[in-house]
Design a binder for this molecule. Structure first.
Ligand SMILES: Cc1ncc(COP(=O)(O)O)c(C=O)c1O
Length: 403
C-alpha cells in the first residue's frame, strides 16, 4: 500500500461468510469479478495436493495424473451440463479463446465478428489472427446505456455479412457487466451458418449454465472467478463436430500419444508441458464447497449474489444520483454505473486509473474504474459475492462522495 493518508471513515462489516476467505481484513473487496477469490478450504486442499506433488513428483504428475484430473472434469461437466469427452481444462479463458481463434483456417476476405463490449485481451486475439490471414474484423456496436436485451441481438445481426466465419460473443461482458442474450444470439447466428465462440469468462457460477443445450460451436470459461477455484482454472468446451479443427496453442505429447478412454481432443489439451495442475484438481472441491454454503445450493448462491448486486446498484444510484445504464434483468452478479459527473472527462493516465488507486489507498475500497463508450466516459463496476454485505456498498457511496 502507498503512503497515502487513510480517511477516518468507519469500515463496514462484510457478511458472515467473509471469514472463509483469506481476503485482507480492512479492505472492502467489491471486485470479485477481476480475478475471483478462493476460499480457505479449497486453498488448503490445493496446498495438500502441492505437498503430494513435491513429495512424489513423477507419481503425481505422470502416473496418477488422470486419476486426479478425471473427477474434476466429471464434476465440472455435470455443473455446466456437457459430456466430459467434449470438455478440457485450460489455465484461463484467454488460453481457451486463443486455441479456438488461432485454429481457424481463415482466407483473405473472411471476417471475424466481435462486439464493442468485448474484453481487450480477446479482442487482440481476433485482431491479430485476422491481420495475419488478411481477414476483416467486424465490430457490432451495441448501445450502452441500453433498455432491452433485444438491442444486443439487433446490433450483432446488423454487423453480420456473408463473409462472417465466426462471432466471439461474451456471455457476461466485462466492462459493462451486461449479461448478453447468448441463446438468441447463438440461434440467430447458427441459422446464418456462422459459428459462435462464447467467451464465458464470468458465467460459470454466476449464471445457470447448460452449455450442450446452448450448443455454440465453442464455449470458453473461467473457474477461478465465480466458481472460486484456485487461479489457473478455466475450461474449453468444443462441440463434437468442431473438435478435429481445434489445436491448443501449445503442442505437447498428446499429439502422438493417445490414451485409452480419452478423445483426441482431450489428448491434445490435457497436458501442455510441466506445470502445476492443482488448480484444476481442486475444481470439484470448489464446486462442492461453494454449493453447500446455502440450503438451496448453487441456485440460491447465484440468486443471492444477483439480488445483492441489484440492491447495491439501487443504493448507489440513490446516493450518488446516477442513472442505471441497463435493466436489472440484464445483470448477473456485477453492475456497472457511470462515475459521478465531476469524474467525467479526465484524461487517461497510467495502467490503473489514478482515482481508483486513491479510492483504495485512502478508503481501502477495491473497485475497478473503466473507460469506454465515448471519449472521456468513465464508469465503475461493483461485484457481489457471498462474502459481501450491503453496508460495503453504502461505504463505497460515501467514499466516492469524499474522494
Ligand atoms: C469477458 C472476458 N473474457 C476474458 C477474460 C480473461 O480472463 P482470464 O484473464 O482469466 O483469461 C475476462 C477477464 O475478466 C473477461 O471478462
Amino acid at each position: 500500500m502507498s503512503g497515502m493518508k487513510q480517511r477516518p471513515l468507519e469500515r463496514p462489516a462484510p457478511s458472515a461468510f467473509h471469514k472463509h476467505w483469506p481476503l485482507a481484513r480492512g479492505i472492502v473487496f467489491l471486485n470479485h469479478g477481476s480475478f475471483g477469490a478462493c476460499p480457505k478450504p479449497v486453498l488448503k486442499l490445493q496446498a495438500d495436493l502441492r505437498r503430494k506433488m513435491e513429495a512424489t513428483p513423477v507419481q503425481f504428475l505422470w502416473r496418477h495424473y488422470e486419476e486426479w484430473l478425471e473427477p474434476a472434469r466429471v464434476a465440472l461437466a455435470k455443473f455446466i451440463r456437457v459430456k466430459p469427452r467434449d470438455l478440457v481444462f485450460v489455465t484461463n479463458a484467454t488460453v481457451g479463446v486463443n486455441a479456438v481463434i488461432r485454429s481457424l483456417k481463415l482466407r483473405p476476405g473472411d471476417a471475424l465478428l466481435t462486439t464493442n463490449l468485448d474484453y481487450n485481451a480477446c479482442r487482440n486475439i481476433v485482431v491479430e489472427t485476422a491481420r495475419r490471414a488478411g481477414a476483416e474484423v467486424q465490430v457490432a456496436e451495441v448501445p450502452f446505456p441500453l433498455e432491452r436485451a433485444e438491442q444486443v441481438v439487433e446490433a450483432i445481426l446488423e454487423a453480420v455479412t456473408p463473409r462472417t466465419q465466426l462471432a466471439m460473443i461474451d456471455h457476461v461482458a466485462s466492462n459493462s457487466g451486461l449479461v448478453l442474450p447468448v441463446e438468441r444470439i447463438v440461434r440467430e447466428l447458427e441459422a446464418r451458418g456462422i459459428d459462435t465462440l462464447v467467451d464465458g469468462a464470468h458465467a460459470p457460477g454466476m449464471l445457470p449454465l447448460a452449455v450442450a443445450k446452448l450448443a455454440p460451436a465453442f464455449y470458453a470459461g473461467n473457474l477461478h472467478k465465480w466458481v472460486c477455484a484456485p487461479k489457473g482454472a478455466g475450461f474449453l468446451w468444443v462441440r463434437e463436430d468442431k473438435q478435429a479443427g481445434v489445436e491448443p496453442s501449445v503442442i505437447s505429447h498428446g499429439h502422438n500419444t493417445p490414451r485409452p478412454g480419452f478423445t483426441a481432443f482431450q489428448d491434445r489439451f490435457d497436458w501442455a508441458g510441466t506445470f502445476d495442475p492443482t488448480a484444476w484438481f481442486c475444481v470439484g472441491a470448489a464446486l462442492g464447497w461453494m454449493g453447500q454454503l446455502l440450503p438451496d445450493g448453487w441456485r440460491e448462491l447465484r440468486q443471492r449474489n444477483h439480488a445483492l448486486a441489484v440492491a447495491a446498484r439501487r443504493l448507489l444510484c440513490r446516493r450518488l444520483q446516477l442513472e442505471p445504464p441497463c435493466p436489472a434483468s440484464m445483470l448477473g452478479a456485477m453492475a456497472t454505473l457511470p462515475l459521478p459527473d465531476r469524474f467525467q472527462g479526465a484524461p487517461k493516465a497510467g495502467k490503473i486509473d489514478p482515482e481508483q488507486l486513491r479510492l483504495y489507498d485512502e478508503f481501502g475500497v477495491e473497485v475497478p474504474f473503466m473507460r469506454f463508450g465515448g471519449p472521456g466516459r468513465r464508469w465503475f463496476r461493483i461485484s457481489a459475492q457471498i462474502y459481501n454485505s450491503l453496508a460495503e456498498y453504502e461505504y463505497l457511496a460515501q467514499a466516492l462522495q469524499l474522494l
